[in-house]
Design a protein around this ligand. Structure first.
Ligand code: P5A
Length: 434
């Protein structure tokens, strides 16, 4: 993509309304703009990141055996009356009525709808287990939307729902998702600590939140330092059941549930940190299936309510969380897995025919090789180009000017380390995978 034709409205100054780095940088780097309180427009650069995170989340859901569907954002109130949550959900639910005066709502989550889908289509243990997920916008009328997309009113969630014949099988599905989450966050280069959690409005008795460590986190965590030995950000390959059991057995609690007097961890082994909740998983058994009569016939022909769990990832919140975990004074530092482009190609002298020809050629060759390039071909000063490129945080900067070209050299800068190298064009292309 050529920057001269790109819609990337960057800001030099810090926007007054932004209190945390990620919100500030998302506005400054031209990733989002606010449409109204807690509701955002995703601009081209921000949308590219959102889509890449979504894709990693999707691949790990698919790998765990879940199947993707797409349920609507607008739901009918009837199903929520059946489960009993229509009144219980309170003011966080955005209630709408259609032209016939029917009560509708903008979905804050989909347990009811998916339970209805299940009961109308599956009625035998032979069709179990099943896991169905979608990646869809949600609306929660948060009393205090803040920190940009981190606590929005409209936000993108991946929500998965598991269906099993009994509690034991349900627990296996829960653990499958637990592993899928560890893998997902590791692919994003994040340390996400699984913390035992309350089940709140969703219900049930087994639940974990996945918390990314960041100073600006809204939760305070206490956890056994042994969790750090699992090197959660670099997990790869299969994760053995014994590892899961060990990890789930280690102490990790939010402040509200942490009781220093009864904490099983010795004070010198206890860590405390702030966290951002990027995922939350629940095993709630028959809470919805019993209320909504979603039953299955077992091998003996007897009908029993299906055992269920639900598993959420805050896909849009992850964009903010990744920035909280990766930035410096100059701007964002994206991990390669989700960067909007891999390389920023900086043409230092657009008016110099030789320099522009060399840049055009590099742009062409990188693009041909499938490397995602943002080409700064604007006719502005070098200072503005460097500042913008650091701000938007692409992993690599390929800097091309007439002086270097005289010696057939270009400069390659790594955004994360700041390291710079003078290289021949062929060597630079090689390093970038072209
Ligand atoms: C699990 C999936 C649920 O809703 N039902 C379906 C269950 N869980 S949850 O914890 O309430 O939400 C799941 C994740 O969504 C993100 N999230 C938000 N992101 C941005 N703005 C918000 N207002 C917001 N609320 C929830 C979180 O990452 C949460 O873990």
């Amino acid at each position: 993509m050529r920057l001269s034709s790109c819609f990337m409205p960057t800001l030099r100054e810090n926007p007054a309304e932004a209190q945390v780095s990620s919100h500030r940088l998302m506005l400054r780097a031209g990733l989002i703009r606010q449409a109204s309180a807690g509701i955002y427009i995703w601009l081209p650069l921000g949308l590219r990141v959102l889509r890449k995170i979504e894709q990693i989340v999707r691949e790990e859901q698919d790998r765990a055996g879940a199947q993707e569907i797409l349920m609507p954002t607008i739901q009918s109130a009837e199903l929520w009356q059946e489960s009993g949550r229509y009144d219980a959900y309170g003011k966080e639910m955005l209630r709408i009525s259609d032209r016939h005066g029917r009560e509708m709502l903008y979905g804050p989550t989909n347990e009811e709808m998916v339970t209805d889908l299940f009961r109308s289509n599956i009625n035998s243990y032979k069709d179990l287990p099943k896991m169905l997920y979608h990646i869809q916008w949600k609306f929660r009328d948060e009393i205090r939307p803040r920190f940009g997309i981190m606590r929005g009113r409209e936000f993108l969630m991946k929500d998965n729902y598991s269906f099993d014949i009994d509690a034991e099988a349900g627990r296996l599905s829960y653990n499958k998702m637990y592993v899928a989450y560890l893998r997902t966050f590791a692919r994003l280069g994040l340390v996400a600590i699984p913390v035992r959690a309350d089940t709140g409005a969703i219900g049930g008795d087994l639940s974990h939140e996945f918390q990314i460590l960041a100073e600006t986190g809204e939760s305070t965590l206490y956890y056994d330092k042994a969790i750090e030995d699992f090197e959660l950000s670099s997990l790869s390959g299969d994760i053995a059941p014994a590892t899961i059991e060990k990890l789930q057995g280690l102490y990790a609690m939010e402040e509200e549930k942490h009781d220093p007097k009864n904490c099983p961890v010795a004070p010198e082994d206890l860590r405390t940190a702030k966290g951002i909740e990027v995922g939350h998983i629940f095993f709630f058994g028959t809470k919805y299936s019993a209320a909504m009569k979603a039953t299955v016939a077992g091998p003996d022909g007897k009908l029993t309510p299906v055992e269920m769990g639900s598993y959420g990832i805050g896909v849009s919140r992850l964009v903010g969380a990744l920035i909280e975990a990766g930035h410096d004074d100059d701007g964002i530092i994206w991990p390669e897995a989700v960067a909007p482009y891999k390389v920023g190609l900086i043409n230092l002298r657009v008016k110099d025919d030789g320099c522009t020809a060399a840049c055009d050629d590099l742009y062409h060759r990188l693009t041909q090789a499938g490397v995602e390039v943002l080409y700064d071909d604007r006719n502005i000063g070098a200072g503005g180009k460097f500042a913008d490129m650091d701000l938007i945080g692409l992993p690599w900067q390929l800097i091309v000017g007439p002086r270097g070209l005289k010696n057939a050299l270009v400069e390659l800068k790594c955004r994360a380390t700041g390291a710079r190298e003078q290289l021949s064009i062929a060597a630079a292309l090689g390093k970038l995978g072209a």
